[in-house]
Ligand binder design. Structure first.
Ligand code: CAO
Length: 446
């Protein structure tokens, strides 16, 4: 049904002759109830005038720069009905005006429109055009709420919304402090610069600016490209993932005996068999048993992506910084094969000869500092992975067994996990499983 509605400026408070600063709709625009139609500005506030109902704008009676007051006609709208379409008009259709809100196309001298259904109780259309006294409009003036709106036009507000910018935090450079599009852009630029700097973010103190030369001689060196890249990743992962680190240890006395025995055999093939190779093998078994440790969380945090493959990344310390090449299908490979691959990847990492794809696709990482020392540390998860195993130096410890202390070679393990995905109990189960696997060489070789 074609119903034409006059939209007049509702009561907006004690304002007369208010400036129209923006008209948001044009003739033929389809609007939904509450969509903003135009923006007014007084010396105190900017306010949006919403559509009282859904429909199609048939005439625009105001333009930017006009001054309008309560009751002024601002739009003619064809209220939404099944019959609103772009189809040609039945020019012979009988049309009526329903109260003052319903105006016929003839009465408002608009282009021909599809008018088919007429309310039976409607009074006849007036030849004189619009009624002199407009009826109260169904605009909910409480929704205008000018005091709470930052001074900005709807298009600027829309622009800010698309960038998720809260206008309450944007400083306006326009008249009366009105926020302009450029102000939003400046705000976003500043926030991006802030985010990429080493500042921790809103609410944190900024990084101390200190002239160290006041205290003694200094020189500066630029960070390597790898350090900058890995630093940005580590920073993000540390801030975004709720880390917990589970510490444990494994008795690798028998494993070390076996490793030393097989070392010469490996060496003959030009391969170094270090404890790390055994750790990769044990982790592959543990990841099979606890597949959530090689899962990833979807970007929106709603879904867990479980992988049916087992690719393990190994942190390699290079002169340029940390690199993490990935060993593929670790669950399908023997110790010797893993040792060959680890040797090759770590050598090429140090020579900067790794290909990009050799650092992709990992499901879990191992960071071994055991060759250097240490008793435990807190590795940072390599997102989008959900866990990483840190390995420190094995050392002889007195272990109480069968009523007596015996010397055993104990390996410290530090498992950091994403607490959004993994529970503490599962983390201990994982490290306990690993520990058993490493302690029992027969199981490890299986
Ligand atoms: N406990 C005791 N000794 C260990 C050990 C451990 N957990 N792990 C290795 N070792 C020993 C090895 O057996 C080897 O001894 P020998 O030369 O007598 O055989 C020696 O330490 C050196 O081992 P390695 O470091 O050459 O070999 P690896 O397989 O253990 O490690 C690699 C290879 C590439 C991972 C390692 O060289 C490396 O770069 N580690 C640093 C990783 C890193 O920086 N992680 C931190 C990330 S967070 O900042």
């Amino acid at each position: 049904m074609a119903e034409w509605t006059e939209i007049r400026l509702p009561d907006i408070g004690d304002f007369q002759e208010v400036d129209v600063i923006e008209v948001l709709v044009r003739v033929h625009d389809k609007v939904a109830a509450e969509d903003t139609l135009l923006t007014l500005e007084t010396d105190k506030a900017v306010m949006d005038i919403p559509a009282p109902k859904s429909g199609v704008i048939r005439e625009v009676k105001v333009a930017a720069g006009d001054k309008i007051s309560k009751g002024d006609l601002i739009f003619l709208m064809e209220a939404e009905s099944e019959d609103i379409s772009e189809s040609p008009v039945d020019e012979n259709a009988d049309v009526h005006q329903e109260g003052a809100e319903l105006l016929t196309p003839a009465a408002v001298s608009t282009p021909a429109l599809p008018v088919e259904k007429i309310p039976s109780e409607a009074p006849p259309a007036s030849d004189a055009g619009f009624p002199k006294e407009p009826p109260p409009l169904p605009v909910d003036a409480s929704k205008l709420n000018p005091a709470q709106l930052p001074l900005a036009s709807p298009s600027v507000r829309r622009f800010a919304r698309t960038l998720a910018v809260d206008l309450n935090h944007v400083e306006g450079s326009g008249r009366n402090g009105r926020i302009l599009k450029e102000d939003v852009q400046t705000h976003v630029k500043a926030r991006l610069q802030q985010a990429s700097s080493i500042d921790a973010g809103p609410g944190f103190l900024s990084w101390p600016k200190i002239d160290f030369s006041r205290f003694g001689e200094i020189h500066t060196e630029p960070l390597s490209r790898i350090k900058k890249l890995s630093g940005a990743n580590l920073h993000r992962n540390w801030r975004m993932i709720p880390h917990v680190t589970q510490h444990d240890e494994a008795d690798i006395t028998d494993m070390e005996g076996f490793r030393k025995e097989s070392a010469s055999q490996a060496e003959a093939r030009g391969v170094k068999m270090t404890p790390l190779v055994f750790l990769i093998k044990a982790c592959a078994a543990a990841l099979k048993q606890y597949p959530q440790f090689k899962a990833s969380l979807s970007e929106d945090g709603e879904t867990l992506i479980l992988k049916h493959y087992c690719h393990i990344g190994v942190a390699v310390d290079t002169p340029e910084g940390l690199l993490v090449p990935v060993l593929r299908h670790c669950d399908q490979k023997g110790l010797l094969e893993l040792a060959v691959e680890l040797g090759d990847l770590s050598a090429r990492a140090r020579e900067k000869k790794l290909k990009l794809e050799e650092m992709e696709g990992g499901c879990f990482s191992i960071s071994s500092l055991g060759g250097i020392g240490g008793t435990g540390f807190t590795p940072i998860i390599n997102a989008p992975e959900v866990a990483i195993l840190g390995v420190s130096s094995a050392s002889q410890k007195a272990v109480y067994r069968d009523g007596t202390f015996v010397p055993r070679l104990m390996l410290p393990l530090s498992l950091s996990y994403d607490h959004r995905v993994i529970d503490g109990a599962d983390a201990v189960r994982f490290t306990r499983y690993l520990s058993r696997r490493l302690s029992d060489i027969r199981q490890l070789l299986l």
